[in-house]
Design a protein around this ligand. Structure first.
Ligand SMILES: Nc1ncnc2c1ncn2[C@@H]1O[C@H](COP(=O)(O)OP(=O)(O)OP(=O)(O)O)[C@@H](O)[C@H]1O
Length: 353
């Protein structure tokens, strides 16, 4: 670390490991990053999600100093990296451990040599770095694999080596770049569980870049939705699931939230009939009691036709598809609003569901 460089004045004011302010990066006519401001708080897992072309890779390259923004500041532990020369960037880069979609292991080196590589670069003596590699292999569940070569490992095991290597130099931030995108669902779950475990046990701050909502739902505390280089939404994950605000978020969520079954959706008409179908989204404590509470206003009952309660982190998130008499719709809408639910009227059906 360059000891001549004073920490910026903002460093002492919050607990951010990373702080971006109005970061812009343009390629010709394309604004890859168009005024991005965000903080990654110490100890949190922040998910950054966006479709292809949203600006995720550009953000990563700006964070690890491979790309310079056209404007704005990027502070890592209080130091603005946007104005540093290559020499001063090196020690700051080491504060960011990275894991990649395709693992990026050296095939000619053993597992322990791969893990110890960042320490070799830092000049640690061999015995010390191999002892540290052994410790890290225990942390990631690969005890006994020290002398194996990457080609003898499964994808999940390779990613565990990648995680151990990323942790070797005790980074302030672990940056995960689509780290589970090449893995099958079961292996993905085990790698995400490992990241969650490391976050809790070591207090490690994790920035997770992904295009998969399942990934942020599994482990992130908070999520930032990026679209065309801009942040279109930012909230705790459970809130994003219960009350998505932007069309981009709703579309990213469409594969992972309950949807009205196709055979019922196919019967919907916009012409008013006797029965209306609604979707009610409600998050937090109100979700658990929603059906009971709204049922009080409807002594003849409401029909739950699909959906239910999910748990995201420690929060219940309810998404209920209900059918009710059309004449009761305005009472339903008023009651649901009082109970904190967001309701979408999906349409009518000719015959009761
Ligand atoms: N070096 C470059 N030259 C020209 N255009 C670029 C360059 N890098 C990125 N872009 C453009 O900037 C936008 C953001 O790209 P970026 O790769 O950051 O998105 P992304 O969210 O990572 O997408 P993906 O998930 O497909 O990797 C895109 O429109 C892309 O075409």
């Amino acid at each position: 670390m360059n000891s001549h460089m004073p920490p910026s004045s903002t460093a002492s004011q919050d607990q951010s490991v990373v702080r971006l302010r109005d970061v812009k990066r343009r390629f010709g006519a394309t604004a890859a990053l168009d005024g991005v401001s965000l903080n990654v708080q110490r100890g949190e897992i922040l998910g950054i999600i966006g479709r292809s072309g949203a600006g995720k890779s550009t953000l990563i390259r700006c964070l690890n100093g491979l790309e310079r923004p056209d404007a704005g500041t990027i502070e890592i532990e209080g130091r603005d990296i946007t104005r540093l020369g290559e020499m001063d960037l090196q020690p700051l880069r080491r504060k960011i451990g990275m894991i990649f979609q395709h693992f990026n292991l050296l095939s000619a080196k053993t597992v322990e040599e791969n893990v110890a590589l960042p320490l070799k670069i830092e000049g640690w003596p061999r015995a010390k770095r191999l002892a540290r590699a052994a410790e890290l292999l225990d942390v990631v569940g690969l005890t006994g694999k020290a002398n194996a070569y990457p080609k003898a490992l499964s994808g999940g095991q390779k990613q565990r080596v990648g995680i151990a290597r990323a942790l070797a130099a005790q980074p302030a931030l672990l940056l995960s770049d689509e780290a589970t995108s090449a893995l099958d669902p079961e292996t993905t779950r085990s790698i995400l569980a490992l990241l969650r475990d490391i976050n809790r046990r070591l207090g490690l701050t994790i920035l997770l870049i992904t295009h998969e909502m399942e990934v942020v739902r599994a482990i992130a505390d908070r999520v930032v939705v990026l679209d065309h280089g801009r942040i279109v939404e930012e909230a705790p994950v459970w809130q994003i699931f219960s009350h998505p605000q932007s069309d981009t978020t709703r579309s990213l969520l469409s594969g992972v939230r309950p949807q009205l079954p196709a055979h019922i959706a196919g019967r919907l008409t916009q012409a008013t009939t006797a029965t209306v179908i609604v979707a009610a989204d409600v998050g937090g404590a109100a979700a658990t009691d929603f059906l009971k509470d709204i049922g009080r206003a409807f002594p003849d009952g409401l029909n739950l036709i699909h959906g239910g309660i999910d748990h995201i982190g420690s929060q219940p998130v309810g998404r209920f598809f209900l059918s009710l008499p059309s004449e009761s719709l305005s009472l339903f809408l008023q009651s649901a609003q009082i109970l904190g639910a967001h309701v979408e009227v999906l349409g009518h059906v000719a015959d009761p569901v």
